[in-house]
Design a protein around this ligand. Structure first.
Ligand code: BGC
Length: 768
């Protein structure tokens, strides 16, 4: 943990340059627009430690896997989001000296991520050999209006000298992934075009054959006036550049504007890419940097209108939550149903940029409540489109007849993870995908989704569960053997309570979705029945499983057992463990972890969170009191679920403690791993802690329910939610909840059990 960033409500600010923090800052100050994103690498050369990263959404490479003992059923590859063309590069020489912050003293360094308006800014004064001082201010953004454009304004002012500036503005596609398994480069060159006006490089990924064309134009403005110049052009493999010279005058500002269009064959015909890129570039040049920046600020303003959370009285909490919302909105914008949310977003390579159960279990609620429903619908359609691959994935493992096992980690629907205990055993992910459908339909009321796409997926998943359980005649019960629950610190266990419960719940929900469709749209039901060929015999088997599913439970303690035999372990609370053992995943051998009682992340409690209404308060309390003390929260996804349940149980201090563990996880580098990238999916969990935890927001029977309580450290907090046709701004103080309806749609709400109506464009205030 390290706190070196300044507290501010709307910006992330780093003052002073410490190379030790640079890779962490590169992650934190990342920018993205759903189409592309990049780490906060410097534009000018930097020879210190840095992870160069520029990523294009959905462009990946199936890197040949590395594995110890090969197991049948393993996928051949691990998909990786690709480090792609570095379009920001500006090499600067001043009187023959290269500007490189690893080599020259720097003062007045400030790096700012302006979250309100969506840009990254950096300013500093560098002292060059011979005492020359130069002041730099660099501003850049990737546009959320013109998504294929990135733009830079790079200003240079000599403080105490006149001199010669030499600039090389380049596009470099000769880049590598740090996490490449065999140190290979994943891009091949297709073509380059360099004129004295623009320069472009087109590259193609090996194997997957994604084509990326980047085209740039560099402009020069001196003392407010545009300067015409004719650059020297140069090129080498996968690299193009413009080099030009300019006389710097003491105290006068010279500005370099660099625009780059990055277009891919995911969105356009490969043969048209250079024309499209040029067209996009011309559009950006016609607007100019300043106008684009104004549009950027306006577009971010619109996003904040729907998704902001305001916390009064705690600037660090305010900054933390806005940072999380900002990163989520930078990562996934929802227009493209082929895209999803990688655990690191566009901020690093770890986890391969692939899709995990994190999306349905943690991210979906954020997009449901803060954006148009079609955005979360697209997250669901993504899985619908992968259904066939999920069926093939299950077939590889021996399942039949349309049983679908969604992958633990995927880019294109195929499994790309190969640790047997995860790939083959962490099958609870299938349940989260079914739960995502429920969550979407429940929140939005869009039941049409079930007939259109939902039922296909639910039937596939249900078929998997029905084949994965085994019936034990002696006990007249169904069991599920050899699984890994959400708590990855246990592998190959029998009857993980959560997995058994979510499996059975999926069967229940699928049957109810079938009944709903049969009653409301018989024609579509019949169509799906003949397409999916489900029979009464099949569904009666599901009913039998629901009725006879085995759930490990301890009568005396009144708790669901995480798995068979859990109580045979030595039960120790984390607080009784010497802190020198923590984090366990760095200090203990894997077998010691597996034998211990310690829990990585919510497991039984994940089920209690998802299926909350099924359990009475006493059951929730007993399970929370039993499991939370043994939980080490070594997944960033863990604290949020605990915070939400603690809120419900009235454990105020615990709720706040858990909230703090997620809220500034990356800003304070809590787990000492932010240099790998930010924990983007767990950021959605932080949002859940505020809205579902402190706000107590639920939707049941088409009604919005709020059970707010405010942490003692805050004066008030308010959050926006899109619910059905209304946009509500909900503010909670120590004793009052006020709901301002920013739309005309009258909305009923239930606050701590009492029903109220919020009229259109009106405010309801209730003492609670
Ligand atoms: C967690 C998983 C999660 C993955 C990606 C792991 O550490 O245990 O639940 O899906 O990280 O975020």
């Amino acid at each position: 943990m390290k706190q070196y960033l300044k507290f501010d409500e709307w910006s992330i600010i780093e003052e002073g340059f410490d190379p030790e923090n640079h890779e962490v800052s590169e992650s934190i100050f990342s920018i993205g627009n759903g189409h592309m994103g990049q780490r906060a690498n410097f534009e000018e050369d930097y020879t210190g430690k840095s992870l160069q990263g520029s990523y294009m959404a959905g462009v990946y490479y199936p890197d040949k896997t590395r594995v110890g003992w090969w197991k049948n059923g393993y996928p051949e590859y691990f998909a990786k989001v690709l480090n792609s063309t570095n379009w920001i590069g500006l090499k600067l020489e001043i009187d023959g000296e290269n500007l490189d912050l690893a080599k020259v003293p720097v003062r007045e360094f400030v790096r700012t991520l302006n979250m309100k308006e969506g840009f990254l800014e950096r300013s500093f004064i560098a002292s060059l050999p011979g005492g020359k001082e130069v002041q730099i201010n660099a501003k850049r953004f990737v546009s959320i209006v013109d998504k294929e454009i990135g733009a830079i304004r790079y200003s240079i002012t000599p403080v105490n000298f006149d001199g010669e500036l030499k600039v090389t503005s380049y596009l470099d596609a000769d880049v590598k992934n740090k996490d490449a398994n065999y140190d290979e480069k994943f891009w091949d060159e297709v073509t380059k075009e360099v004129t004295t006006n623009t320069a472009s490089v087109t590259v193609i990924t090996k194997k997957t054959e994604y084509v990326l064309c980047s085209t740039m134009k560099t402009e020069l403005v001196h003392d407010g006036l545009k300067v015409a110049f004719s650059p020297e052009v140069s090129e080498k493999e996968k690299y193009v550049a413009h080099t030009f010279a300019h006389s710097l005058v003491k105290g006068k500002e010279t500005v370099i504007y660099k625009f780059a269009a990055n277009v891919t064959s995911r969105d356009h015909e490969a043969s048209t890419l250079s024309t499209v890129a040029m067209d996009r570039l011309q559009g950006a040049l016609a607007k100019g940097f300043e106008k684009m920046l104004v549009e950027q600020a306006e577009a971010w303003g619109e996003k904040w209108k729907e998704s902001d959370i305001v916390i009064e009285g705690d600037v660090s909490a305010q900054q933390g939550i806005r940072f999380n919302i900002f990163q989520l909105n930078q990562t996934y914008t929802g227009e493209d149903d082929r895209l999803n949310i990688g655990p690191k977003g566009f901020t690093g390579e770890k986890y391969g940029g692939s899709t995990y159960w994190d999306t349905e279990a943690y991210c979906l609620p954020f997009y449901l409540s803060t954006a148009d429903p079609k955005i979360s619908r697209n997250l669901l359609v993504y899985r619908y489109k992968h259904l066939q691959k999920a069926i093939e994935n299950a077939e590889k493992l021996g399942f039949t007849d349309g049983a679908a096992l969604y992958p633990m980690v995927t880019m294109n629907g195929e499994e790309s993870h190969n640790e047997w205990e995860i790939t083959f055993e962490e099958i609870h992910r299938n349940g989260a995908i079914a739960y995502g459908i429920y969550n979407y339909v429940n929140y939005t009321g869009d039941k049409s989704y079930l007939g259109e796409y939902g039922l296909d997926v639910l039937v596939g998943i249900s078929r998997f569960w029905a084949q994965r359980v085994n019936y034990v005649p002696a006990k007249d019960q169904y069991m599920m053997l050899g699984v890994t629950g959400p708590n990855e610190y246990e592998n190959n266990v029998n009857n993980n309570w959560y997995t058994n419960r979510i499996a059975s719940w999926t069967l229940e929900y699928t049957l109810s979705a079938m009944d709903y469709l049969k009653d409301t749209d018989k024609a579509r039901y019949d169509e799906l029945q003949s397409k999916l060929t489900f029979t009464d015999e099949e569904t009666s088997k599901w009913v039998d499983i629901i009725e006879k599913m085995y759930y490990p439970y301890d009568e005396e303690l009144g708790v669901f057992l995480q798995q068979d035999g859990f109580l045979d372990k030595e039960l120790i609370a984390v607080k009784d463990l010497d802190s020198k053992h923590l984090p366990l995943n760095q200090k203990w051998s894997w077998d010691r972890i597996l034998r211990s009682c310690f829990i990585k992340q919510a497991d039984v409690l994940q089920g209690i969170y998802f299926l909350n209404d099924e359990f009475d308060m006493e059951t929730k309390k007993k399970n929370f009191d039993f499991y939370e003390p043994m939980t080490v929260h070594e997944s960033s996804l863990s604290p949020c679920v605990h915070s939400i349940l603690a809120c419900e149980l009235g454990y105020k201090d615990k709720a706040y403690e858990m909230y703090l563990r997620t809220a500034r996880l990356d800003l304070d580098n809590y787990n000492n791993d932010t240099e790998d990238g930010c924990h983007t999916t767990s950021m959605a969990g932080t949002w859940m802690s505020v809205v579902q935890g402190f706000g107590g927001l639920k939707v049941r029977n088409d009604q919005l329910i709020l059970n707010p309580f405010i942490p003692g450290e805050w004066n008030s907090f308010s959050f926006k939610v899109v619910f059905r046709d209304a946009l509500l701004n909900i503010k909670v103080t120590a004793d009052t909840i006020s709901i301002t309806n920013e739309t005309a749609a009258t909305t009923p709400v239930i606050i701590h059990g009492t029903k109220y109506t919020v009229n259109g464009n009106d405010t309801l205030s209730v003492q609670y």
